[in-house]
Write a protein that binds this ligand. Structure first.
Ligand code: SF4
Length: 291
């Protein structure tokens, strides 16, 4: 882990913003796209870059903004990875988001987010908060191979349940689905049923498959060799160096996914899910003009 003073913290415009307090991640997911060389990370992926001045930068930005909106975090690195436990930078940024009346859309795989549930509840009461969890693998043993350094899927579902109990809406990322590993009907159905039981608002799924590119691919293949001997050869044979690797079961799994979501009134197109997460309550925006 190393510390830097960043020049800026927020990206985006017109009420939809993004923020990454950390760079790199210690959760060890074998398929992580953020490892790809196209992101030009100048340090090892697990040597986390900590933007120590993130709270100050965020406060400066929010103070000068005329339009409130949703602030998303977690797209490139998990805001609740291990170092957050002590550093509490995500927590401090949430306090600032609350203070300035913005909304938050947080994506994580970690149950550490429960530490901040009071804050999330407050943000949701004052503006809007959406908690997003990624669920890929229902089986505990398989999950510990695919996402080794973070709590398992069942625990993440418990987190979603607790969020729902507190009135905080949730969205699940059902991605990636790994060919020949977790691309089974049993796995997808178990995740969908858990989502229904804890009443998630939407499920984001870009297709039943995986993407791989330089940097990410090498790491993934090394993990396949460790945990799933022989599968790498199947990948090389069937996909070559393709960026998109659809599961051979993609059509049936997608049909199951869309039918299930329609039946249970769960948002399931990426547009609908992102639209829901990015929408900032108009009534609050009007009030805030006079606030
Ligand atoms: S939690 Fe997200 S950023 Fe971290 S290793 Fe896993 S996929 Fe990558």
């Amino acid at each position: 882990m190393h510390f830097v003073n960043a020049k800026g913290i927020l990206t985006g415009a017109r009420g939809v913003y993004g923020m990454n307090i950390y760079r790199g991640c210690t959760h060890g997911c074998i398929y992580c796209d953020s490892r790809s060389t196209c992101y030009h990370m100048p340090h090892a992926f697990e040597d986390i870059e900590v933007k120590r001045n993130a709270p100050e930068l965020l406060e400066q930005s929010l103070r000068s903004m005329r339009r409130r909106g949703m602030i998303g975090t977690g797209s490139m690195s998990d805001p609740y990875m291990h170092c957050e436990k002590d550093l509490q930078l995500t927590r401090r940024c949430l306090e600032i988001i609350l203070e300035y009346g913005f909304g938050a859309a947080i994506q994580t795989k970690s149950d550490l987010i429960l530490r901040d549930i009071d804050l999330l509840e407050e943000i949701n009461r004052k503006a809007k908060c959406v908690v997003q969890m990624t669920l890929t693998t229902w089986d505990d043993t398989l999950c510990s191979m695919v996402e080794p350094n973070v709590c398992n899927t069942r625990r993440r579902v418990e987190v979603l349940e607790e969020m729902h109990r507190r009135g905080i809406p949730t969205v699940v990322w059902l991605t990636p689905v790994l060919p020949y590993i977790n691309d089974t009907m049993d796995n997808i159905r178990a995740i969908l049923e858990a989502c229904r039981d804890v009443q998630v608002r939407g499920i984001i799924c870009f297709g039943m498959g995986l993407t791989l590119r330089e940097g990410d691919r090498e790491y993934y293949y090394a993990a396949l060799d460790r945990h799933f001997p022989g599968i790498r050869a199947q990948y090389v044979r069937n996909y070559g160096n393709a960026y998109v690797l659809p599961s051979p079961n993609s059509a049936q799994l997608m049909e199951c996914f869309t039918d299930f979501c329609r039946e249970h009134d769960i948002l399931y197109t990426p547009d609908a899910c992102f639209g829901y997460m990015q929408e900032f309550p108009a009534s609050f925006e009007q009030l805030s003009m006079f606030g």
